[in-house]
Write a protein that binds this ligand. Structure first.
Ligand SMILES: [Zn+2]
Length: 213
C-alpha cells in the first residue's frame, strides 16, 4: 500500500511529494525546499516516519521543483533521475534562479535518465513513467496503477494546465500529452499536481477550461 506525503514549499508554492510503502522505503519527487525551515520540515518527516529513501525523481527540472535536490543528495546517497529531454532546462536552472533573484544550491548531476514508458519499483509497488511533454520538453508523470494515483508535475492542475510560455514549452504538445497519456487513465485516478490541490482525471475531463474539445 503506497502512502503519499505532500509539502508545499518555496515562493512558487511547489508541491513536494514523498511516496512510501509499509516497508518504509520511499521515493522523493520534486523536492522544493529552499531554506532551513523547509528542509527541517521535510527531513523531520523522513526521520519521524523512519523512512529509507531509495530514489530521487524530478518530474521536470524547473527550478522550483529542484531547489531541494542538493540537500536531499547531501543527506542521502541515492540515485537521482529525470528525463533526458529536460537536460536543457536543468542546465539553465542557475541562470533562471539568478534572473528570479532566488539563490539556489546547484543540483548534483543525475545518476541516469528516465525512459518514456519505463517502470520504477518501490518494493512490491510499481510506478509507470508516462512521457507528458509540453510544459517542458522532458516532463514526465508517474502513475501507480494499483491505487490509481498520478503524480502529474506541472502537466495538469485542478482546473488548469502547465504554462507553455517558458523555453521548450508548447501548448499543442501539452494538450496532446494530457489527452493521450492522462485522460486515458480511469476517471477516479487521483491527480497530485506540482502546484495546488489534488484533483481527479474525471473531474478535469468534465471541468478543466483549458481542455475542452
Ligand atoms: Zn514547471
Amino acid at each position: 500500500m503506497l502512502q503519499i506525503q505532500s509539502f508545499t514549499f518555496n515562493p512558487f508554492q511547489e508541491n513536494t511529494y514523498i511516496l512510501f510503502n509499509e516497508e518504509k522505503k520511499a521515493i522523493i519527487i520534486d523536492p522544493g525546499m529552499l531554506d532551513a525551515v523547509e528542509e527541517n520540515s521535510f527531513f523531520n518527516f523522513m526521520a519521524e516516519q523512519e523512512l529509507e529513501p531509495i530514489l530521487l525523481l524530478n518530474t521536470h527540472t524547473h527550478l522550483d521543483h529542484i531547489f531541494g535536490n542538493a540537500a536531499v543528495l547531501k543527506k542521502y546517497t541515492i540515485p537521482f533521475a529525470f528525463h533526458l529531454l529536460d537536460r536543457p532546462v536543468f542546465d539553465s536552472a542557475a541562470a533562471v534562479s539568478a534572473m528570479y533573484h532566488v539563490p539556489m544550491q546547484t543540483s548534483p548531476e543525475p545518476s541516469y535518465y528516465l525512459e518514456s514508458n519505463g517502470k520504477i519499483k518501490l518494493g512490491a509497488d510499481e510506478l509507470s513513467i508516462l512521457f507528458t511533454p509540453g510544459h517542458s520538453p522532458g516532463s514526465v508523470s508517474f502513475y501507480h496503477e494499483a491505487q490509481k494515483i498520478l503524480i502529474s508535475g506541472d502537466v495538469l492542475f485542478q482546473m488548469s494546465i502547465g504554462r507553455t510560455d517558458l523555453p521548450g514549452g508548447d501548448f499543442d504538445t501539452l494538450a496532446n500529452s494530457i489527452h493521450t497519456q492522462l485522460f486515458s487513465l480511469p476517471d477516479d485516478t487521483k491527480v497530485y499536481s506540482g502546484h495546488g490541490p489534488m484533483t481527479t482525471i474525471g473531474f478535469e475531463k468534465m471541468n478543466n477550461p483549458f481542455l475542452r474539445k
